[in-house]
Design a protein around this ligand. Structure first.
Ligand SMILES: [Zn+2]
Ligand SMILES: [Zn+2]
Length: 278
C-alpha cells in the first residue's frame, strides 16, 4: 500500500468549492461546485486524470458545492457519496449517473485505500456533512459551511493530522457590509457560516495534538480578507504554543498547491539498557 496522502484545493469560495484528496492509489473529490469542464481542467493542471477519481463526496446540495457533480460523474465515471437528504434534494435517484451511496452520519464508508467518516453539520441545507478521510494511520478532516462548532465535529477532528476548515467572515465587515439584513442574519445564525473568531476559538481550545496543518478556506470575498483570517488564527495558535502547526489561508475563489500529510512518527525506540559502568 502506498503511504502517500495529500490534498489540493481546486476551488474555494462562493464561486465554487472542490478539494482533491489523494491517498495511496485512491482519489476522492470532496465537493464539485465548479462546472465539469473547469473541474477536469484543474485536475489535469494538478497532473491528475479526471477518470481516475474514485468517488465524489458532496457536503451538501448548495450550488457552490454540488453544481458540477452530476455532469462530472456522467462524463468521468466516479460514484457520488452524500447524505440521504442531499441525494434527495439533488434528485440523484432519477439521474442516469454511475450510482450514489448514502452516507450515514457516524457510519464509515470504505473506498479503495481510504475510509470515509461522515459527521453531521449545522447549516441551512437538507443534511449537510463534514468528512474525515483516513489512510495508513493518518486522517484528514474537511468542514465548510457550518454555523457553529459542535461536540461531534470537534471530537471527529481531534485525531486528525490535517484539517481544511472554513473561515468565512469577519463579523465587523459583515455587519457594516452591503448585504441585506436577512442575509446577514442567515450567515450569522448557528446554521450559517463560521467567522474568523469562531475558527480562532477552535484553534485555541479544540485543536487535537496530532494536527500539523490547517488550511482555511471558503473565505467570503465581500466580508473577509485573507490577512484578517490569518492574523486571528495565528494569534490563537501562538496563544496555545502551537507554532508547529502550518497555517495556510486561501484567497476567495483561489485554487492551491498540494498539501502533504506527514508520515506518522515512528514508534519511539525502546531506551537501551543503561551501561553499567561501576
Ligand atoms: Zn458554500
Ligand atoms: Zn452552503
Amino acid at each position: 500500500m502506498s503511504r502517500r496522502f495529500r490534498f489540493r484545493v481546486l476551488g474555494s469560495g462562493s464561486t465554487g468549492n472542490a478539494t482533491l484528496v489523494e491517498a495511496g492509489r485512491t482519489r476522492v473529490l470532496i465537493d464539485a461546485g465548479l462546472g465539469p469542464r473547469i473541474l477536469a481542467e484543474r485536475l489535469q493542471d494538478a497532473g491528475v486524470d479526471p477518470a481516475s477519481v474514485d468517488v465524489v463526496l458532496l457536503s451538501h446540495e448548495h450550488n457552490d458545492h454540488a453544481k458540477g457533480a452530476v455532469a462530472f460523474t456522467k462524463k468521468w465515471g466516479p460514484r457520488i457519496a452524500c447524505s440521504l437528504g442531499t441525494g434527495r434534494v439533488l434528485g440523484l435517484a432519477a439521474e442516469k449517473i454511475p450510482g450514489w451511496d448514502a452516507l450515514e452520519p457516524g457510519a464509515a464508508l470504505a473506498v479503495g485505500e481510504v475510509v470515509i467518516e461522515a459527521v453531521p453539520l449545522p447549516h441551512d441545507a437538507a443534511q449537510p456533512l463534514a468528512f474525515v478521510v483516513r489512510h495508513a494511520g493518518r486522517a484528514f478532516g474537511h468542514a465548510t459551511d457550518f454555523g457553529k462548532w459542535t461536540k461531534p465535529l470537534v471530537d471527529a477532528f481531534r485525531p486528525c493530522d490535517a484539517l481544511l476548515v472554513e473561515s468565512n467572515y469577519d463579523p465587523g465587515m459583515l455587519k457594516a457590509g452591503p448585504y441585506p439584513w436577512s442575509l446577514k442574519e442567515r450567515i450569522l445564525s448557528p446554521h450559517g457560516h463560521i467567522s474568523n473568531a469562531d475558527v480562532g476559538r477552535f484553534l485555541a481550545d479544540g485543536l487535537g495534538e496530532a494536527c500539523r496543518r490547517v488550511v482555511l478556506a471558503h473565505l467570503s470575498q465581500q466580508n473577509n480578507h485573507p490577512e484578517l483570517a490569518q492574523q486571528v488564527a495565528e494569534q490563537a495558535l501562538s496563544r496555545r504554543g502551537r507554532t508547529e502547526v502550518a497555517l495556510h489561508v486561501l484567497a476567495a475563489n483561489g485554487g492551491d498547491a498540494w498539501h502533504e500529510l506527514e508520515a506518522p512518527a515512528p514508534e519511539p525506540a525502546r531506551p537501551r539498557e543503561q551501561l553499567r559502568l561501576f
